[in-house]
Design a protein around this ligand. Structure first.
Ligand code: SF4
Length: 617
């Protein structure tokens, strides 16, 4: 088998049938794999206006072209779908072994469509695909479920599965693979809507063979020597993402009490060093020498007495400062509870912080919250609320709809406190203190994500993070780079020190495809992927009006935020104009016909040509 498996597996849950399909060579050349290839299929197959929770939506699982080759940190996998939180195209990337097992089974993609009539799971064995009943598996959390699947299909079995919250259609349910999760955008909710509890795979190992194996091996050695020496990689190996906590606090962009402030006292209590002291064992993804994860003891809740792989920085922010405290053990326990139900920690934390601020302001009271006192720092109430969200009970059921819909339901002024972009809850970086992040999150085709284009130079102080001028071209650039990396899939945390030239050399040696030899053309591929995602959203009615920020970000100066105190996003319109111009989009944020031609995807113009905003430019 070459590094491209060359095939996809289509699973139709409605008819209980499966099909193998060849992936056209041209698709690889234009979209590479994973995020890019999946975006192409989703764009082609999903009609505009389709219900994200209906049988027509696709759930596309994908592995990168370099996954399973022995390259370090390239074996993550991705889920692509239309999100039930945002209504946009969505991709969520995760670790765990499932992706590499897909490749062993001979597939670059698995496309799931339709809806099973009764709870089901699908098992892929050597040359076989079985549709199985899952009634006896319903209600299980990811750990017990994965254990049962290993009992049934052998200890070598790997699976992608959902927890109780995915079954109950909490809109930000996750998909698990081992201890890792595809967390964002409600990818697990889409799986739940299809009545699909799990997909498991147990097949013999088939290692993909690079076309120029000798050259590829040399490049792997080179990658390892780069990683060994890189200080950031060493930091990630020792402390993992928790090391970010004090950095972000120092910049004054750590969201505190629902984004009211940008820094918190006693930050050292939740520093990377403090979490390092609690680490019981290292953890990480398939073939990765960085191993940025860490197992820590859980002292409360259904997973009490066990260990979880975490918390990552985003969970620390979401269950610590965002809720007004710095209690590390509470953060771990809350993270474990989210894992148990299978819900995204960022969205859960932001939804609860929203409710806490409404409580603080007297807009809601215990009569709205099922009697819970949501004063800042009330850990017992937060713990109860996570359980209510996971079970979709009472007030938790409303918050399980996501903060945008919760605010829509509550009405009045509550929208001001709902921290989301296009319906996706904002992660742990206050956009007011890093204007590039403000622009990147506002324009992200998946909503408020920190992983759609990180303004690295601003975060590391190379470029002034408060200036708004000139951010359009740099954000366009990092979004293209991220799209390329997500299409390989190169882990953001595990591939420090690799550049476009190295990606080009790796791809050329692995595939023998000449187009990949030109590093600039790879960047264009990244641009093509961002563009097809935008076209998907345009077809759904998204445009400039949706490239926005919560009103708090543009009207309320950041408080108690060290160097970022007083910062606010002053002129988002100007930032957008610059960004659209850098990408060749119209003033409405729609790719121009010339841009589509330039990217070799002019066929998309036919799809959106009837859009009045498109014609107007
Ligand atoms: S750096 Fe961390 S997240 Fe990335 S591949 Fe390695 S273990 Fe996984």
């Amino acid at each position: 088998m070459t590094v491209f498996a060359g095939k996809l597996l289509r699973i139709d849950l409605s008819s209980k049938r499966h099909f193998e399909e060849e992936i056209p060579d041209q698709y690889y050349r234009k979209f590479i794999s994973a995020r890019g290839l999946s975006a192409k299929y989703l764009y082609d197959e999903l009609k505009p206006g389709a219900d994200p929770l209906g049988p027509e939506n696709r759930l596309i699982l994908s592995i990168g072209v370099l996954g399973g080759t022995g390259l370090q940190g390239f074996s993550k996998w991705a889920v692509t779908t239309k999100s039930p939180l945002t209504g946009t195209i969505f991709r969520s990337i995760t670790g765990g072994n499932f992706g590499v097992w897909m490749k062993h089974a001979g597939y670059d993609l698995i496309i799931i469509q339709g809806q099973a009539q009764t709870p089901s799971y699908v098992h892929i064995g050597k040359g076989t695909v079985h549709f199985q009943g899952a009634e006896d598996l319903m209600g299980l959390d990811y750990r017990r479920l994965q254990g049962k699947l290993k009992e049934r299909h052998g200890p070598h079995t790997e699976s992608a599965c959902i927890g109780p919250a995915g079954e109950k259609l909490v809109r930000y349910a996750v998909i698990n693979s081992g201890e890792r999760t595809a967390s964002r955008g409600g990818v697990g909710t889409v799986m739940g809507s299809k009545n699909l509890k799990a997909i498991s795979i147990n097949v013999p190992v088939r290692k993909p063979s690079p076309v120029d194996n000798a050259r590829f091996k040399d490049l792997v050695k080179k990658q390892i020597s780069i990683l060994k020496e890189h200080p950031r990689r060493k930091n990630m190996t020792t402390l993992g993402t928790p090391y970010i906590t004090t950095v972000v606090d120092g910049l004054g962009i750590l969201p505190v009490r629902n984004f009211q402030e940008g820094s918190i006292q006693a930050i050292e209590e939740i520093s990377g060093k403090e979490f390092h002291a609690l680490k019981k064992a290292k953890a990480g993804c398939h073939v990765c020498m960085t191993r940025c994860g860490g197992m820590r003891d859980v002292t409360k809740g259904p997973l009490r007495g066990s260990k979880i792989d975490g918390p990552e920085y985003e969970s620390i922010f979401a269950f610590g400062p965002l809720l007004g405290h710095t209690d590390k053990q509470f953060v771990i326990n809350a993270n474990a509870l989210c894992d148990y139900y299978g819900i995204d920690t960022i969205s859960t934390g932001v939804c609860i912080a929203y409710a806490c601020e409404l409580f603080e302001k007297g807009i809601i009271s215990t009569s709205d919250t099922d009697g819970l006192d949501l004063s800042w720092g009330n850990e017992e109430s937060v713990f109860s609320l996570i359980q209510k969200i996971g079970k979709r009970e009472g007030f938790g059921s409303l918050l399980g709809e996501g903060v945008k819909r919760a605010a829509g339901h509550m009405g009045g002024e509550t929208d001001f406190y709902a921290m989301h972009i296009k319906g996706l809850e904002i992660p742990g970086y206050d956009p007011r203190g890093v204007k590039g992040y403000a622009l990147s999150m506002a324009t992200s085709n998946i909503g408020g994500s920190h992983m759609y284009g990180r303004p690295r130079e601003e975060l590391s102080g190379i470029v002034d993070s408060f200036t708004e001028e000139g951010k359009g071209p740099s954000i366009a650039q990092v979004q293209k780079e991220q799209a390329l990396e997500d299409s390989l899939i190169a882990c953001t945390f595990g591939n420090t020190g690799l550049d476009l030239r190295m990606y080009s050399e790796l791809l050329t040696a692995a595939t023998g495809i000449e187009e990949f030899r030109n590093a600039e053309s790879l960047l264009k591929t990244g641009e093509r992927i961002v563009c097809i995602e935008r076209c998907f959203n345009v077809r759904e009615g998204f445009g400039r009006k949706d490239d926005s920020l919560p009103k708090r970000m543009t009207s309320e100066p950041l408080r108690n935020a060290g160097p970022s105190t007083g910062q606010v996003v002053k002129n988002l319109d100007k930032l957008l104009d610059e960004y659209y111009e850098a990408l060749g989009y119209t003033g409405e944020g729609i790719p121009s016909v010339d841009k589509l031609k330039d990217l070799g995807i002019e066929e998309l113009a036919k799809e959106i040509i009837n859009d009045r905003r498109f014609l107007a430019n």
